[in-house]
Ligand binder design. Structure first.
Ligand code: SAH
Ligand code: SF4
Ligand code: F3S
Length: 441
């Protein structure tokens, strides 16, 4: 038991990488909260610093080491300071992190972080990168930390796809779906505490096939049941693989009003040759047909994607195919990355393109997607949209939230309250956000 008269210990968490890490950080904060730790935003006053890391690209994992270097003076000033490394670099590098950075006390992988409190209590240097047989979610305390009216809910973890460039199948392990009843309970609990929008998360979220009443449920079934939860106004999900975009999920985009009209559907490349080398298991044409079917179900859906440029063997022609695909689809948003060879992945064995070639292609691609994004933002001006207020804006009388299509919106609304879902008219657009005013009545 914690001594209630003692000052609570302070935990500082820094999160790198994807939304699943954001969710995991919240759960780790809650697990440590049950042991008397409160979170702080001020690293200097922390009794424990936890870095929840990402291994997806070289730059992402190198951030860990530069941040650890910066912690040296803090640890020197306070030898009792505990330093933990969690997440995908922890999983990939394990004890190597302790060797390279002796100031680290504990290393915990994404599947074993429910054991974090006991690791901290045990003291000394600990590494736990097991894929335990027990389900970590069964061992975590109930949700507590809420970031306002929106919440993440991890429904599926891991990946069996083994794209040739990607570390996720190694750092997060095989695909596992959480049982539907647990997810419905977690969602109801979140809603009872003011959450109005839930984003369902998974490295391969649309491959969800969790145990439910009457057999395994698909993501579409889960979405339909969540739509019955009173007070849950908005549902989103991310990230999906094109090959798991089944008919029932596409149909749900057409007939479940709570399912928001935004879909992040990474394609990575528009060249069949490169898609094959990437082991994506679909062609550019198949992706385009899929987009047509999704748009038929929900014509106003805003599409987003991820692209990798400079994959080994990518020619100018392959790159042009990617540019063509982007022109054909017209994305409202897109994330693009220069290929980064990751240790242990099949693509890392292949010769890399000259950096300047990849850099130039990345710039060209980004110019096109920025142009498309800007056009999509501009097209919103004058339109009426729903916005969920997430926080007060920087200007007086201003509220900030997301539109149904996931645009960031600044609304001039002095009477606005966090958690309110309002109809607004868009008055102006920039590349990254919209300005709007509430519709009266
Ligand atoms: N599960 C998701 C994405 C996971 S990683 C999916 O299947 O799409 C997020 C994005 O990082 C990927 O979509 C890809 O575009 C990018 N990425 C992954 N590995 C990469 C690498 N080795 N180099 C550059 N970008 C990479
Ligand atoms: Fe990585 Fe996504 Fe491919 Fe899985 S499907 S290997 S997470 S890019
Ligand atoms: Fe990064 Fe791991 Fe997420 S590698 S993108 S933190 S699954």
């Amino acid at each position: 038991m914690t001594d209630s008269t003692a000052m609570p210990k302070k935990l500082f968490i820094k999160t790198y990488g994807c939304q699943m890490n954001v969710y995991d950080s919240e759960r780790m904060a809650e697990a440590m909260g049950a042991k008397g730790y409160v979170t702080t935003e001020v690293q200097e006053e922390a009794d424990m610093v936890l870095l929840n890391t990402c291994h997806i690209r070289e730059k992402a994992s190198e951030k860990l080491y530069s941040d650890l270097g910066r912690l040296r003076p803090l640890k020197a000033a306070n030898p009792d300071l505990k330093i933990g490394v969690a997440g995908c670099v922890a999983q990939a590098e394990g004890a190597e992190i302790l060797r390279r950075m002796p100031l680290v006390d504990l290393v915990v992988g994404p599947q074993s972080y429910h054991r974090l409190p006991e690791m901290v209590e045990a003291g000394g240097k600990v590494v736990d990168t097991d894929f335990p047989t027990e389900d970590k979610f069964d061992h975590l305390p109930a949700r507590k930390a809420l970031r306002g009216p929106t919440a993440f809910l991890t429904v599926q973890e891991g990946c069996d796809k083994f794209c040739a460039f990607c570390v996720v199948p190694y750092t997060r392990g095989a695909e596992v779906s959480r049982p539907a009843a647990r997810l419905l309970a977690e969602a109801r609990d979140l809603v009872s505490r003011g959450v109005r929008e839930i984003t369902l998360l998974g490295q391969n979220v649309n491959a969800y096939h969790g145990a439910g009443e009457g057999g395994d449920w698909t993501l579409a079934r889960l979405v339909r049941e969540l739509a019955q939860v009173d007070g849950l106004e908005r549902i989103r999900y991310t990230t999906s693989h094109p090959n798991d975009m089944e008919d029932d999920l596409i149909a749900a985009h057409g007939d479940v009003p709570q399912l928001m009209p935004y879909l992040h559907l990474p394609v990575q490349s528009g060249s069949d040759r490169i898609l094959k080398a990437m082991n994506r298991k679909h062609t550019a044409e198949q992706y385009l047909r899929l987009i047509e079917r999704i748009r038929a179900a929900r014509p106003d859906i805003l599409l987003s994607s991820d692209f990798i440029v400079g994959f080994p063997g990518e020619t100018d022609r392959d790159f042009e195919d990617t540019m063509d695909l982007i022109r054909t689809v017209g994305f409202g948003q897109a994330f693009s990355f220069k290929y980064s060879a990751r240790p242990g992945t099949p693509a890392a064995e292949k010769p890399e393109l000259p950096a300047e070639v990849a850099d130039a292609r990345l710039q060209t691609l980004q110019a096109l997607v920025t142009q498309q994004q800007r056009a999509a933002q501009d097209a919103m001006v004058g339109r009426e949209v729903g916005v969920l207020y997430e926080k007060a804006g920087r200007l007086p009388g201003q509220m900030v939230g997301k539109s149904d299509h996931l645009h960031a919106v600044h609304v001039a609304d002095p009477a606005g309250q966090v958690g309110q879902l309002v109809r607004v008219r868009v008055t102006a657009a920039s590349t990254n956000s919209l300005a709007a005013e509430p519709l009266l009545g």
